[in-house]
Design a protein around this ligand. Sequence first.
Ligand code: SAH
Ligand code: SF4
Length: 390
Amino acid sequence: MDAPVDILGLSPDALTAACGQWGQKPFRARQLLRWVHQRGESDFSQMTDLAKEFRTLLADRARIQAPAALRDHTSADGTRKWLLDVGDGNAIETVFIPETSRGTLCVSTQAGCAVHCRFCSTGHQGFSRNLSAHEIIGQLWLALRALERDGIRGRVPVATDDADDDGDGSGQNPQSRLISNVVFMGMGEPLQNYEATLEALRLMLDDNAYGLSRRRVTVSTSGVVPMIDRLRDDCPVALAVSLHAPNDDLRDHLVPLNRKYPLAQLLASCLRYLERAPRDFVTFEYVMLDGVNDSDAHAEQLLECVRRVPCKFNLIPFNPFPSSGLRKSPAERVRRFAQLLSDGGRVTTIRRTRGDDIDAACGQLAGEVQDRTRVAERTRRRVISVVGVQ
Ligand code: SAH
Ligand code: SF4
């Protein structure tokens, strides 16, 4: 007999097709979506408005399985981090960041990453495998369940009006107020795991599932140009691009993917993306590395480099790790760099640090999660990046 289908990761269309194969009408798929994603039900026998025979069939042919949490820590500021088991000794991380006016979940898309950025511990770890759509959406599913159960420390819940500020219907689902924003800034390069990322995005946006606003879901990429174009056509959401350097020589070194898709191509794809994007700017992320990319001249070159692209900058304090051989820029240098970019007419934010006491950081922790005991033992301070992706 075929293995059960994991319906947690099926997009609305795929679930409708599966229901068709099971002899069910399309509205059954909508009912199922609501049970699974809005009510968080994983037991088919509890789905009382489905016919009994269909429930029995589902129990036989389908399953709902989010990754299991190996660890679950909440910091004093309310930031919560889950270490999730994805099998074969691989673990990924999901981080929830509560703020006064929003709750942001940072999700992973791969175990490891093949891009090998110099400053990223995930990149140093290498690539293990792509996550499936159910492992990606499972992070949101699991986080919502946990937050509903335990409440949120460290913030005032998002008000309905605020959650629905886009006027596009988001915020109607009470769950989406616990998590109003999702950023693909955990472990991995989402656009190198395109199909699974796309399925997960479709669920995040669907009103019968999570009902999030396109403007509040941000895909962050190191610059996989053809896939930026595909995302524009398939499912445009907010876009963040990890730039980190104002010229090709330096970017080739820091983000090796630049050798394949150099800056001119990347920036052109950003312009094409903006034709269909839900926001009228791209967020450029720029990790501040002492003596590497943080001089006044770099700031001037950066302004020149992006001059045709409507954008905002988000400067990220580097989170050092021993094998990187890199240092973080002094705070004063980061402020000066931000000032130069602002003076050049670009809105610029510096990411705040969060979750210091639980060793949480978006997109930079996972390189160390393979040794799980070390994760538990480590006490040194780490930072989590949150501000600037809205
Ligand atoms: N692969 C995607 C998304 C995950 S990384 C990307 O690169 O955009 C998310 C963000 O964390 C990226 O902007 C990345 O450059 C940044 N990052 C990675 N390692 C970091 C570190 N050690 N310190 C600070 N930011 C880091
Ligand atoms: Fe991969 Fe992003 Fe890390 Fe680069 S910064 S190695 S693309 S996860």
